[in-house]
Design a protein around this ligand. Structure first.
Ligand SMILES: [Zn+2]
Length: 64
């Protein structure tokens, strides 16, 4: 079975975007059965917004 670029619709802006073969392979390689919900634009907007609001990935901290 060969994979091809997929057209998906962004859940934020309702624009069509392409889920490319290389992206599909990337997620597959990580063992995810994953389809992005948002276009690259909205994803980066979301990422910037999160970063701006001060949410970050904290390093694991020992509790004892
Ligand atoms: Zn979008």
């Amino acid at each position: 079975m060969s994979i091809a670029d997929k057209s998906l619709t962004c859940s934020d802006c309702n624009e069509e975007f392409v889920f490319t073969v290389s992206e599909q392979e990337y997620y597959k390689g990580k063992g995810f059965d994953y389809q992005p919900q948002r276009c690259a634009n909205c994803r980066s907007t979301l990422f910037e917004r999160r970063r701006a609001s001060g949410v970050r990935y904290r390093p694991a901290r020992r509790t004892s």
